[in-house]
Design a protein around this ligand. Structure first.
Ligand SMILES: C[S@@+](CC[C@H](N)C(=O)[O-])C[C@H]1O[C@@H](n2cnc3c(N)ncnc32)[C@H](O)[C@@H]1O
Length: 461
């Protein structure tokens, strides 16, 4: 029986034993087993038998033969691999061939790699770019690669931009990444969020989680038109972008809303808010990361089914809307998430680790919360998950549409600082009332300041 150990022994002999074995075992299964278990190749490895396998009818054998030739790292095979990269009918094998050319790390491969930059498959082009970047700095190569900034494919543009065009250190953050301004910590400011954000330094927040007003579906949100409403949200999220630290997150909780019909002769109108804001968020630089679906029990949502239940006529079907979206975005950066994590000291990372029992899927089953004063408050559990999964202890988190302040209180409970803005005096007062009414509430146990816009201006340092 063939075993990995046996193959290991034969490949190190260098005396043709492996070749003899391949000649004996002609069936695809054994050949594949041998190829897939070759591991690293010794100096004296005899690859002559691999060349024949490049013509195999079995795609997996061809793929592994190409991989093995890549490990041999011999300039002799550049043209052979180039032919495969150009002509094999299987895309995966073509990509592997380019990757194998790259592994050879030879300047002799440069002309064929430059030729492969014209390939129709963006992944082939990306492999060729990777291979050429080994020789970055050589004029011929830089010229060929820089041209790709105009490539149709966005991933290719990102790579070329990062390698050749990105301005270094464009961050305007005057503080160290984990730090935030004291005058923003645990503050609730009364006013239009746009006026308030214009006053504060760029790159102040580590995380924003918010539920914007529901267009004209609730009493506190009256806009002249849907267009005006979207323009308003665009302004808020553009400012939020500027005030967010490099590579940090924005999570927007929205759902389509219904504006009731004017009279029985008209239909009600449904506005797909999450889908309409998505494209402008991405355009302004928020990179889309995830969509989380918040699911509520059916009994807790408005019943739209009563009519249909009786008549059962197609087209008039109206499902009960049990879901809302939490759309997750990250401020654009060429740095990986790892970079953000590395900015924190070991202790903070350790203390911020998410505990067992966390939600593993993007479907979050959470009961809604009803409040006697505010008609659309976050459940604490929703805020808790967002804060724990997307921020570190002592971060500064922001909610531009503070409402009853659930996000702020939960943040404080989880040892984060918060900054909230709220336009309506009645909700601002309601948030304040948590201080007096519920002595065990978090607003009470740690200092929180409630400021008018004018008062806030005086605190800015
Ligand atoms: C959906 S509610 C948010 C509720 C909040 N998540 C909670 O847990 O209580 C939206 C809030 O945004 C506020 N708001 C609307 N326009 C605003 C603006 N321009 N600036 C600040 N707050 C605003 C509304 O008064 C309302 O309280």
């Amino acid at each position: 029986m063939l075993t990995k150990e046996y193959i290991n022994k034969l490949k190190s002999n260098g005396n043709g034993d492996l070749k003899a074995l391949i000649n004996k075992k002609k069936d695809d299964k054994s050949i594949l087993f041998i190829l897939e278990n070759l591991g690293y190749l010794p100096e004296n490895f005899d690859e002559s038998w691999v060349i024949d396998l490049l013509k195999s009818n079995n795609k997996r054998i061809r793929l592994n033969a190409v991989k093995t030739l890549g490990k041999v790292k011999n300039e002799r095979y550049i043209n052979r691999l180039y032919e495969i990269a150009k002509n094999d009918e299987v895309t995966e094998i073509r990509r592997e061939a380019v990757s194998s050319i790259g592994r050879i790390r030879s300047e002799k491969a440069v002309p064929v790699l430059i030729e492969l930059l014209k390939d129709y498959d963006p992944k082939v082009v990306t492999q060729a770019i990777r291979a050429l970047l080994v020789f970055k700095g050589k004029k011929e190569i830089d010229t060929a690669l820089k041209k790709l900034i105009k490539h149709e494919n966005e991933m290719i543009q990102v790579v070329i931009n990062k390698e050749y065009f990105a301005r270094k250190n464009t961050s305007k953050d005057k503080l160290k990444h984990p730090q935030s301004y004291d005058f923003l910590k645990n503050k609730v400011v009364l006013g239009d969020v746009r006026d308030i954000l214009k006053l504060i330094p760029d790159e102040s927040f580590h995380l924003t989680f918010t539920s914007p007003p529901y267009y004209n579906a609730r009493d506190y949100s009256i806009y002249p038109s849907y267009k005006a409403y979207l323009k308003f949200l665009k302004e808020v999220f553009q400012l939020t972008y500027e005030k967010t630290k490099e590579g940090r997150f924005l999570i927007v909780n929205t759902s389509p809303v219904i504006v009731p019909r004017i009279s029985r002769q008209y239909s009600s109108k449904r506005y797909p808010i999450p889908f309409d804001i998505h494209h402008f968020l991405v355009e302004m630089g928020w990179e889309f990361i995830d969509d989380i679906i918040w699911v509520k029990p059916e009994a807790s949502v408005k019943n739209r089914n009563a009519g249909f239940l009786q008549h059962r006529k197609p087209l008039a079907y109206k499902p009960n809307a049990r879901t809302e979206y939490l759309m997750v975005y990250r401020k654009q950066t060429d740095k990986l998430i790892d970079w953000n994590i590395r900015q924190y000291d070991w202790n903070t990372v350790k203390e911020s680790k998410v505990k067992d029992g966390y939600e593993t899927s993007n479907v979050w089953n959470i009961d809604p919360k009803y409040d006697k004063v505010h008609s659309a408050v976050f459940p604490v559990e929703l805020c808790k998950r967002v804060i724990e999964y997307y921020s570190f202890k002592n971060d500064l988190v922001f909610d531009p549409f503070g409402g009853s302040g659930t996000f702020g209180r939960t943040a404080k409970f989880l040892d984060r600082y918060f900054f909230l803005t709220e336009k309506e005096p009645k909700y601002f007062e309601y948030m304040k009332s948590f201080l007096k009414q519920k002595p065990d509430e978090i607003f009470h146990t740690k200092e929180t300041e409630f400021l008018t816009l004018e008062e806030f201006k005086k605190t800015i340092k």
